[in-house]
Design a protein around this ligand. Structure first.
Ligand SMILES: [Ca+2]
Ligand SMILES: [Ca+2]
Length: 395
């Protein structure tokens, strides 16, 4: 980098003058986008329906949950994907079911066992996430299949889903058919239930700046789905990019959501992958609300939409190639010694030089500083700080 670009100059000492710090400044890509957080849980309210067996019909109730009875409340099913994520072909809602009906003569006990059903994979906005999970997307009537087990035998599930755009509640009509005793026609049953399912979602805005290998920024979230206790929150994020299509969320940047007086932080589970102008990934909360069902809202899909693309190369500014962040220098005086603090792009190497006389063209003490995940700190003696100038440049 040429010296003409070393344009930033900050006086940071008020009583030891004229110590100056010079920083190189480059324009970096910056912008805003939208973000959605989608809980990998669907809440199913108990569904009412009719069960047919041996030419008799019974009104009954279907309950679903992630844990076996008697904990069938508040009706959460875990959502699983096939690990491919962008372009995933299978998304499942899995858990346990229980059917309760008044026909206790034929079946004196409520039944509960494994249950799974595919989610509709319709993705009309091509963001890599099924529209059934995105609150702002409509899900037109879509049929899927699944299965259940009852007393060690499999049964068939047919489901018909729909949800209006903007609503966190949708409808899932579940038809179950199976037999208590294979070969015994009197034990075959068909039951159809109408269940309401509910999304757990948060949405908000991201502000970001893009450096050579990192995209840094912040997000501000509001609750948009039925997740009482979550108030959303604000926080910082940092992605390390190996290329414009793969971004690793740096774990050290923890995010906090306030749930009453509980603080949550998160850790990335897999890299975020680019799908057009979207960046999708998974994170796990590292703590929950002890003793409450909120404890199970631990895994989330995060989808960032940031379509701005200043150079028109079809790669959004969010992950496109950009110069390293300009270094920033500051001087602190925590004790009898002074400290020179250097911040910039993590992992980038900057050249640090110093002089005691700006009238002299010579700078000395050339040192290469490779930044880590925290700012670099260099001790400065009081004598050097009395009149010193420092500058950092890209090598
Ligand atoms: Ca979608
Ligand atoms: Ca671009």
């Amino acid at each position: 980098m040429s010296t003409t670009n070393k344009m930033s100059c900050r006086i940071v000492l008020r009583f030891i003058l004229p110590a100056l710090l010079l920083s190189a400044v480059l324009t970096v890509s910056a912008g805003t986008g939208n973000v959605h957080w989608v809980g990998m849980m669907l809440r199913f309210q108990p569904g009412t329906g009719v069960e047919m067996q041996a030419q008799q019909s019974f009104s009954s109730t279907l309950s679903l949950d992630t844990v076996p009875p008697p904990s069938l409340s508040p009706g959460l099913l875990t959502v699983l994907d096939d690990q491919a994520f962008v372009g995933a072909t299978t998304w499942l809602a899995v858990g346990y079911f229980r059917i309760e009906s008044p026909r206790n003569v034929l079946d004196p006990f409520p039944r509960f066992d494994d249950f799974e059903v595919q989610l509709p994979t319709v993705d009309n906005d091509a963001d890599g996430i099924p529209d059934v999970l995105m609150i702002d997307r409509e899900l037109a009537t879509t049929a899927t299949t699944g299965s259940f087990e009852i007393q060690g035998r499999s049964g068939a599930v047919e489901a018909v889903w729909d949800r209006a755009a903007g609503s966190y509640q949708g409808r899932c009509v579940i038809r179950m058919s199976g037999s208590h005793q294979p070969g015994n026609p009197t034990q075959f049953f068909v039951a159809t239930y109408t269940n309401v399912f509910e999304l757990a979602t948060m949405a908000g805005r991201v502000d970001f700046k893009t450096g050579a290998r990192h995209t840094l920024g912040s997000w501000a979230l509001q609750r948009t789905g039925d997740i009482s206790g979550y108030e959303g929150g604000v926080g910082e994020f940092s992605f390390t990019r190996s290329n414009p299509d793969v971004l690793e969320l740096v774990p050290r940047f923890l995010h906090y959501f306030y749930v009453g007086d509980t603080i949550r932080s998160y850790l990335p589970e897999r890299p975020f992958l680019r799908a057009g102008t979207h960046y999708n990934g998974f994170v796990n909360f590292t703590n929950g609300v002890p003793g409450s069902f909120d404890q199970r809202y631990l895994k989330w899909v995060v989808s960032i939409s940031a379509p701005a693309d200043h150079d028109g190369n079809q790669i959004p500014d969010f992950s496109d190639v950009a110069p390293a962040f300009a270094p920033e220098l500051s001087l602190q005086h925590p004790s009898t010694e002074y400290q020179l603090i250097i911040t910039g792009e993590p992992d980038a190497t900057y050249t640090l030089e110093t002089t005691t006389d700006l009238g002299s063209p010579a700078w000395s003490g050339t040192t290469n500083i490779t930044l880590g995940t925290v700012p670099a700190t260099i001790a400065v003696t009081p004598a050097d700080a009395r009149q010193g100038f420092w500058r950092a440049t890209y090598p």
